[in-house]
Design a protein. Structure first.
Length: 345
């Protein structure tokens, strides 16, 4: 633990570096402190903070800048948060309420808001659920030999696709379709909906199996798609404005757009007990994230479904304004997810 004066100096150095991206010297600090103190005393305090690994000095005669590890101390002990105004909270709630009944669209809206209000990259990911199953299916004639298949899962995922059919989607066709869906698909785990299941309907369909095959194949594809985890990124180009990332930003963007390692990070986080975590610098598990901050949150909703929402930015983000925005968006998203849910008609 450091003393009050050392904490005040460290806080001023970090606040200044967040605003300017430039190291600061003892002379400038004497003008910023609310009490009189000599430059020599400040230099001694800065030297001590450097020994603790909280400050770095690029040149012998140059100023100091925060180390990556100093941001953790800053967030936990020094940070003065700039809380959201009622107007900002209302704006966020209004934006999130638009798709509050559709979990994936709600999570997408939340990630768009995070990217917009934090100027970081944001993401959301639905975690694969082996137990999710088909809750409802609808068939909508689309004209010109086409029909739309809409599928809703117990976990609240909605998928749809348009397929070509070789016969009219009349009352008899729809009646047979709904009968097959009721007998073979409703309540079936998404991972068990496959071509073998479609083949098992042959005896019930008889001569109409070839008429029904396009819509059942389409339904099979929708179930396969819904059974997989979904990872969506927003605001990747925001990272280009985080100049302290330097040329490493391109390696970071390659890491993020490849998605596989980010998915593994999310999967590991989802298994842990914590609902919210903040990884700063070397606390991040992947090398490509060592110069970043990752704020991440986990959500449980709709019969055991799970999703993760978060941001990634440089360690020089404006913690005082960014963290309250992240926390409020996550809390509002959680509230809408728990309150949401749709009935399939």
């Amino acid at each position: 633990m450091i003393g009050d004066r050392q904490a005040a100096i460290l806080g001023l150095i970090i606040d200044s570096y967040i605003k300017t991206g430039e190291p600061i010297g003892s002379k400038a600090l004497t003008e910023m402190l609310p009490y009189r103190i000599s430059s020599a005393t400040i230099r001694n305090e800065m030297a001590y903070l450097s020994e603790l690994g909280l400050l770095e000095q690029m040149h012998t005669s140059g100023g100091r800048k925060p180390s990556k590890s100093s941001y953790r101390y800053y967030v936990d002990n020094i940070l003065k948060r700039r809380e959201l105004s009622d107007y900002e909270k209302g704006y966020i709630d209004e934006r999130l309420s638009i798709n509050a009944g559709d979990p994936e669209r709600l999570l997408h809206d939340a990630s768009v808001l995070l990217a917009e209000l934090t100027k970081c990259m944001a993401f959301f990911c639905t975690v694969k659920d082996e137990a999710d199953s088909v809750q409802g299916v609808d068939l909508i004639p689309a004209g010109n030999g086409k029909a739309m298949v809409v599928m809703l899962t117990v976990g609240g995922k909605i998928r749809s696709s348009v397929c070509k059919i070789a016969c009219p989607a009349d009352a008899d066709f729809k009646k047979l379709f709904y009968s097959i869906v009721s007998d073979y698909f409703i309540g079936t785990a998404l991972t068990d909906v496959n071509l073998a299941l479609i083949q098992s309907t042959a005896s019930a369909l008889g001569a109409r199996i070839f008429d029904m095959l396009p819509v059942l194949t389409s339904l099979c594809s929708l179930c396969r798609e819904a059974s997989e985890s979904t990872l969506s990124l927003e605001g990747e180009t925001n990272l280009l404005s985080h100049t302290e990332l330097g040329s490493g930003v391109y390696r970071l963007l390659s890491f993020l757009t490849a998605k596989n390692q980010l998915k593994s990070l999310i999967a590991e986080f989802a298994k842990r007990g914590k609902e919210r975590e903040l990884f700063i610098g070397d606390e991040n598990p992947h090398y490509e994230l060592k110069n970043t901050v990752t704020a991440i949150g986990k959500f449980n909703y709709n019969n055991g479904q799970q999703a993760v929402l978060g941001i990634i930015g440089s360690t020089r983000i404006d913690y005082a304004s960014v963290l309250p925005r992240v926390e409020y968006i996550m809390k509002s998203t959680e509230r809408f997810l728990r309150r949401g849910g749709m009935e399939f008609e």
